[in-house]
Design a binder for this molecule. Sequence first.
Ligand code: FBP
Length: 313
Amino acid sequence: MRVTEPVRRLLGFYDGERPGVKANLARMLLHGRPGGTGKLVILPVDQGFEHGPARSFAPNPAAYDPHYVFELAIDAGLSALAAPLGLLASGADRFAGAIPLILKANNANSLAGEKDEAITGTVRDALELGCSAIGYTIYPGSDRQYEMFEEVRAGAAEAKASGLAVVVWAYPRGGPLSKEAETALDVVAYGAHIAALLGAHIIKVKPPSEHIEQVEARAVYKAMDIDFSQLRNRVSHVVQAAFNGRRIVVFSGGPAKDLKSLCEEARAIREGGGHGSIVGRNSFQRPREEALEMLDRIIRIHLSEDAAPEGGR
Ligand code: FBP
C-alpha cells in the first residue's frame, strides 16, 4: 500500500526518529483494514501471563492455542498482534508477514502480591521474530515505578537503535493509588504523558473515568473549566496530554462487555481523536464468529463507516 496522507502526517510527528522506526510504524499503520487511515486496531494477548490461563481462555477454549489468536488477528484484518515471547514464537514462522507483531517484553502475573513486571523478551528476540515494535508496561504510582521507567528507557533506546517502534502500556496502579484512581482522568492523562516523555511512539491507556484523583489537579480542571463530562472529552484530554496528539494513543477494551458498550466506547474514542483500539479479552473470549463481527464493528466505527446506530445487542 502507498503511504497515505494521514500516515505521512502521523510519521511527521516523530521528528528526528530513525528511518527504520518510521518504516515499522508505517508497517502497522498501513496494514489490515484500518491500513492507511491513521487508525490502529490491535489484538493484545498477554492476559495469560497477567491474569492466568483459565481466567483468560476458559470462556473460549480455542484461544488457548496461539495459532487461534494469530488467525483471529489476521482474519479480522487488524493492524497488529501484541503478545509475549512464547506466544509470538509459536506462530511467527507459520504466519510470517501476515500480521505485524509487537513483542510484549515485560510482564506481570497475578500470583504475586504487588503487581510488578519482569523483562520477558529482548530487542534481539523482537528482531528475530520479525516484529515491528516492542512493548513495555509501566505502572506510574507503584513502589517500583522508577526502576520500571529506567528499564523502559533502556529497552526503548536499544529498540530504537535497532529500528523498532516502541509501545508503552501506561497503567497507573499500586502505591497510594486506589482502584478508582487507576482510571481517573487526571491519572490516565498523567500516565500517557509519562509514556510520551519516556519516548513511546504508541501509548496504550485505559478509557478514563470522570473521577479526578489529585486534589491539585481537580482545582486546575475546575479553574480552567475543562469539560470531562463525556468520554469523548476525556479521550481528547488524554490525547492532548500525549504531546497534543503528536503521539499515537490507543485505548484498551477491559473485561468482557456487551457489543453495544464496546461500540459506544469506540465511537467516543474516535470522536475524541483517539487513534484506535487495542481490545484483548473482548476479542478472544468471544466465540470466533462473534469476535470477528465485533472487531468488524469496531473497525468500521474507527473508519467512520458506522452510519447506522447500534442495535443494542
Ligand atoms: P484487554 O482488552 O483484555 O483489557 O487487554 C488490554 C490489556 O492491556 C492487556 O494487554 C493486559 O493484559 C490487560 O489489559 C491488563 O489488564 P489489567 O490492567 O486489568 O490487569
